[in-house]
Write a protein that binds this ligand. Structure first.
Ligand SMILES: [Zn+2]
Ligand SMILES: [Zn+2]
Length: 288
């Protein structure tokens, strides 16, 4: 049996139980704007959602079993919730109320994916099956019914996400780990690492935050970092305004670059242009 078949849901546990089992706090389900709720499991503010966020811990997504793909031992779903929201918005089959609710849920799921990507969080998945809504077919049910569901015990991850288009790939398996030159060196030769001259202290959290922001792609050329022997994605962290010139060791001064661009940022004939470009990128990113 392949992996996908093993994930096919055959029972109908309550959504609230799966959400709680995934590690999401369900205590808010017990209250509504009007006060305590009789049956928290049926609280409409939660039970129909497609995605749940447990801040700094995990994201839980509902995925259709029939949309899961399996290729070369990889199990994943390609999805685009921004696109789906646009289709719901334009659908003439739905009432204004159904359109509004659908668009809201789709965009919340899109935000949940973006959140997991940005914070490098594991994604838990409720695999569902039932009757999906088909916006091209007037005879299809007007709201999707995911009657059968199971919580996959294995965590998934956001393998890629494009915040502009909304295109995302959610993949089953260990969530992505990012390393830079300092992590890779200390992992490879922990005892032989020698330090000469003045050591400028670099905060590991700053480096980790920059790597997470980059999501595995060079922030100068966009190329994906290579995979290390440990399966992590490698990019180098670079202080745009160098520490020795008084640049702060803060994430807004650190770019994650492919090795080639990192060397160019130091030694290339265009290094001044590159520095300005990276500075603009970071300023833009942290503009409030
Ligand atoms: Zn690059
Ligand atoms: Zn550098």
């Amino acid at each position: 049996m392949n992996i996908k078949d093993g994930l096919k849901p055959t029972t109908s546990p309550r959504v609230i139980d799966l959400v709680a089992a995934a590690g999401v706090d369900v205590s808010p389900w017990a209250v509504s704007k009007k006060g305590p709720v009789k049956v928290p499991a049926s609280n409409p503010a939660y039970c129909y959602e497609w995605a749940y966020i447990e801040p700094d811990k995990l994201v839980l997504l509902n995925l259709w079993w029939h949309e899961i793909q399996e290729a070369n031992g990889q199990v994943f779903t390609d999805t685009n919730l921004k696109d789906w929201a646009a289709q719901l918005r334009d659908s003439s089959l739905l009432s204004p109320e159904q359109r509004r609710a659908g668009v809201r849920r789709a965009l919340r799921m899109d935000q949940a994916i973006a959140y997991a990507q940005e914070h490098n969080l594991p994604v838990r998945v409720i695999v569902g099956e039932g009757k999906p809504r088909d916006l091209a077919d007037p005879n299809s049910p007007l709201s999707s019914r995911m009657d059968l569901r199971l919580l996959d015990p294995e965590p998934w991850s956001v393998a890629r996400y494009d915040p502009v288009s909304g295109a995302a790939r959610i993949a089953r398996g260990s969530f992505p780990k990012y390393v830079d030159q300092f992590d890779a060196e200390s992992a490879a030769e922990p005892l032989r690492r020698t330090v000469t001259g003045d050591v400028l202290i670099r905060d590991p959290k700053v480096r980790a935050d920059a790597l997470r922001r980059a999501g595995g792609c060079c922030e100068f050329c966009g190329k994906r970092g290579f995979q290390t022997i440990n399966g992590e994605t490698y990019l180098e962290t670079h202080h745009v305004l160098p520490l020795c010139e008084g640049g702060p060791d803060m994430v807004r001064n650190v770019a994650a670059l492919c090795p080639d661009d990192h060397r160019k940022a130091h030694y290339g004939e265009d290094r001044d242009t590159m520095r300005a470009c990276l500075q603009d990128f970071l300023d833009e990113h942290y503009r409030r």
